[in-house]
Ligand binder design. Structure first.
Ligand code: HEM
Length: 221
């Protein structure tokens, strides 16, 4: 941050680094150096974390190869979005959101005393059989032509974005995943050598033990 501010480090116009380094508050003051650095990390960290979902998208293409051709033809359109949404529903990335009760309340016959730690089961909600028919099947079609219910579809937190703390980066996540799926299906060919692709729910955030190793990669663009 300091080097960008004094001009000894390059930061392209419009980059997060430059915008945050040069941001001024209502009184015209720059952000304290440490706060500015944390704000930059708040952009970088979750953006890098999307690679987990991209691994799961690659795994979904491997497990359901008939989707490759359909997605290649779709070229990042609506079908790709349904595929990406189903990846976010089906695969276990972020298992729970944790909170502590600030003011006691009752909800659906349960008492929540002040100070009690509570977990919102994101994975369980995304696989609840009353909300999702055949929840253990990978069916991107279930997202076709519908806006997902913000209380049933909770891969990055639940509820409304504007009223709560649901992830502000969901749209960025979806776009990055769509681009990755389009790259994997339209611009490259590859082989998937034998490896352990079983996903254990004991690992947080979850990932196949081998990651997702590909070889014989060729450009087809
Ligand atoms: C791997 C993808 C991601 C996952 C699994 C994820 C997950 C989450 C979760 C669970 C929350 C808390 C929701 C709640 O308390 O109800 C959250 C909040 C947040 N996320 Fe993400 N996120 C991801 C990507 C991103 C990206 C790419 C950005 C932006 C670059 C981002 C920005 C934020 C912000 C700013 C908040 C705080 C919102 C608030 O407190 O009002 N996230 N995220």
């Amino acid at each position: 941050m300091e080097r960008v501010r004094i001009g000894t480090a390059a930061a392209p116009n419009g980059s997060a680094l430059r915008i945050i380094a040069e941001h001024r508050d209502a009184r015209g003051r720059l952000l304290p150096r440490r706060i500015a650095a944390v704000e930059l990390l708040n952009i970088l960290r979750p953006t890098v974390a999307v690679d987990r979902f991209i691994v799961f998208a690659a795994l979904a293409l491997h497990d359901h190869p008939h989707w490759r051709e359909r997605l290649r033809e779709d070229g990042g359109g609506e079908l790709t979005e349904t595929f990406v949404q189903e990846v976010r529903r089906y695969y276990p990335f972020f298992p729970v959101a944790v909170a502590r009760v600030r003011r006691a309340f009752d909800w659906q016959g349960h008492h929540f005393p002040q100070g009690r730690r509570v977990l919102l089961d994101l994975y369980g909600t995304n696989h609840h059989p009353e909300l999702w028919p055949q929840p253990e099947r990978f069916l991107p079609e279930r997202f076709a032509g519908r806006t997902p219910d913000p209380y049933a579809f909770v891969p990055q937190g639940g509820g409304e974005h504007l009223a709560g703390h649901r992830c502000a980066g969901e749209w960025i996540t979806i776009e990055l995943m769509k681009r990755a799926v389009t790259n994997l299906t339209s611009t490259m060919a590859y082989q998937v050598p034998p490896q352990n692709l079983a996903v254990s729910l004991r690992r947080m955030p979850a990932l196949p033990p081998s990651g997702f190793v590909i070889d014989q990669v060729r450009s087809t663009a």
